[in-house]
Design a protein around this ligand. Structure first.
Ligand code: NDP
Length: 260
């Protein structure tokens, strides 16, 4: 790998598992020091905690901070941990949850659980990061192709991810004068525990979404991590307020997030 993020310091939420874990590892490969901010230190999938893997694989510094993104004070604590590495340059608001639901049955608690993590967490993650980015920086928000289209099986999820998309565009405007770039990534179906366990595809012979993916395979967390490296790096210096779709072509060609 190269040194695209040399001398940078990143906080990534939800980085113990899945996509966030891949982002933290790729950032470290590119020279960034990383704060892994998550409710749990252990990955949902097998393996050692992310910061330990980074210490084994790279020369980067990494640490874990227990952080529930629904609590702004926790986000401040994760960002404060970046000070020990020299101060925050890159914030990745990645933590997210999905609930497969019948819209007629969704309770207030279920609604709040999804909106609080996905939308409120990304908002306060961005706000608290921007307060710390006195010399400029980069914010990346994890939306979804479900933030670009309606999905009847997870209405609250689509709502939350659509909010993340427009929040991203709005923050790019609001924070541009601070030399802060703000972009969203919209993954398609990606092989993580969220996909396997939470969306219930584990154990199926073939992932039900793949038939709608022109690239003919599931996304891997590393596919999304590579997109995050680009957006975080100076290669994307003129890129802000945009949506980077990483879905093997699914959204633009096949439309809805449907199962065959
Ligand atoms: P995973 O469930 O694999 O990983 C998510 C991580 O976030 C877990 O470690 C989880 O902890 C943590 N987390 C959950 N709630 C909180 C919270 N309140 N505060 C801090 N951390 C929390 O999911 P993915 O890697 O698949 O998803 C990452 C992001 O990508 C999400 O925003 C998701 O919506 C988005 N996405 C995923 C897609 C996919 O197909 N996988 C497609 C499109 C978007 P715990 O171990 O406790 O659950």
């Amino acid at each position: 790998m190269s040194d695209l993020l040399a001398e940078s310091v990143a906080v990534a939420t939800g980085a113990s598992s899945g996509i966030g874990r891949a982002i933290a590892r790729r950032f470290a490969e590119e020279g960034a020091d990383v704060v892994v901010a998550d409710v749990a230190e252990a990955p949902r999938e097998d393996g050692a905690p992310t910061h330990e893997v980074i210490a084994d694989e790279t020369d980067a510094d990494a640490t874990f901070v227990e952080c529930d993104v629904t609590k702004p004070d926790d986000l401040d604590a994760a960002i404060a941990a970046a000070d020990a590495f020299g101060g925050l340059d890159i914030m990745v608001n990645n933590a997210g949850v999905v609930n497969v639901e019948d819209v007629l049955e969704v309770t207030e608690d279920e609604y709040d659980a999804v909106m609080d993590v996905n939308a409120k967490g990304a908002f306060f993650g961005s706000q608290r990061a921007a307060r710390a980015m006195t010399g400029g920086g980069v914010i990346i928000n994890m939306s979804s192709i479900a933030g670009l289209e309606g999905t009847g099986d997870y209405v609250t999820y689509s709502m939350s991810k659509g909010a993340v998309r427009l929040m991203t565009y709005s923050l790019a405007d609001a924070l541009g004068h601070m030399d802060i770039r703000v972009n969203a990534i919209h993954p398609g179906p990606t092989d993580t525990e969220l996909m396997r366990e939470d969306l219930g595809t584990d154990g199926e012979d073939e992932n039900p979404f793949v038939a709608n993916v022109p690239r003919g395979r599931m996304g891997e967390p590393e596919d999304v991590a590579d997109a995050a490296v680009y957006l975080a790096s100076d290669l994307a210096d003129f890129v802000t307020g945009t949506s980077l779709v990483v879905d093997g072509g699914m959204y633009s060609t096949r439309g809805k997030l449907i199962r065959d």
